[in-house]
Write a protein of this length. Structure first.
Length: 261
């Protein structure tokens, strides 16, 4: 219904100009895309399509200064990333950036590199790129803020790794103490924990949330093991080991950002 209402009030010239610009962009005809988007913006200056076209044209226009060479290289990597893989993609972007470090696409290349390096956990490289971007006169405030945020995120990730390492050590200590100590094995409680906190959530995750079932299964394994061993270790070891092991699993699952840390 919303789409029908939007279409009823859309400008035919705006819609066509937007389509022409997007088609030219997809074909890597950057000059043609700018021309089409500018015509779209002029024909529909206050409409949704006109505003979209004006934004796209304004973002792409500066790249005409180098004949769109840098932008073409960056867009090629973005579109071929799945085929290239991370290593080859980084090599191509870094080569294009080295060829024209002050070009109109340099800031966008640095942002892409910072994001890719951060995804790989290369904190020092992200910080170095952030410093280069801060000194880049062609960078926008939004680009600088994005990379600064990635640098801050990576610093926090270092703290998360320390916490996860300490937690894993506590979990191992708990396991060793429990295996060596006397006391009952809580099989029934562990089985119940495995079913309620393990099997059921994991099955639902596999059915409805693709990609997170393994995370649920790992968490269930920690809970099940903690319950099974609880009767064979001092309480302070049991509590510390359980919380610590869960902290390590939460880091491995990438849950800390969603938990606010």
């Amino acid at each position: 219904m919303i789409w029908l209402v939007a279409a009823a009030y859309a400008s035919p010239a705006g819609l066509q100009g937007r389509a022409d610009g997007d088609a030219a962009s997809a074909a890597r005809d950057w000059a043609g895309a700018i021309t089409a988007w500018q015509a779209c913006a002029a024909a529909d200056p206050t409409g949704r399509d006109g505003r979209y076209c004006a934004t796209r044209a304004a973002a792409l226009a500066p790249h005409a200064a180098d004949g769109f060479a840098g932008w073409t290289a960056l867009e090629g990597v973005r579109r071929e990333y799945r085929t290239l893989g991370s290593d080859a993609a980084i090599v191509r972007v870094e080569a294009a950036l080295a060829a024209d470090p002050q070009g109109p696409a340099a800031a966008s290349m640095r942002v892409w590199l910072a994001n890719e390096r951060a995804r790989r956990g290369e904190d020092d490289a992200v910080a170095r790129i952030g410093a280069d971007l801060a000194a880049d006169p062609g960078a926008t405030d939004a680009q600088r803020a994005f990379v600064a945020g990635r640098v801050a995120f990576d610093r926090r990730e270092g703290q998360r790794r320390v916490l996860a390492g300490v937690g894993a050590a506590l979990g191992v200590l708990y396991t060793i103490v429990a295996l060596r100590g006397p006391g009952p094995w809580r099989w029934r409680s562990a089985a119940l924990a495995a079913l309620v906190l393990g099997a059921v959530p994991t099955v639902f995750a596999a059915l409805y949330e693709e990609g997170i079932a393994a995370s649920f299964a790992a968490s269930a394994l920690v809970v099940t093991g903690a319950v099974l061993l609880a009767g064979r270790a001092p309480r302070w070891v049991s509590v510390g080991g359980t919380v610590g092991a869960y902290a390590a699993v939460a880091w491995a699952n990438g849950w800390y950002p969603s938990l606010g840390f």
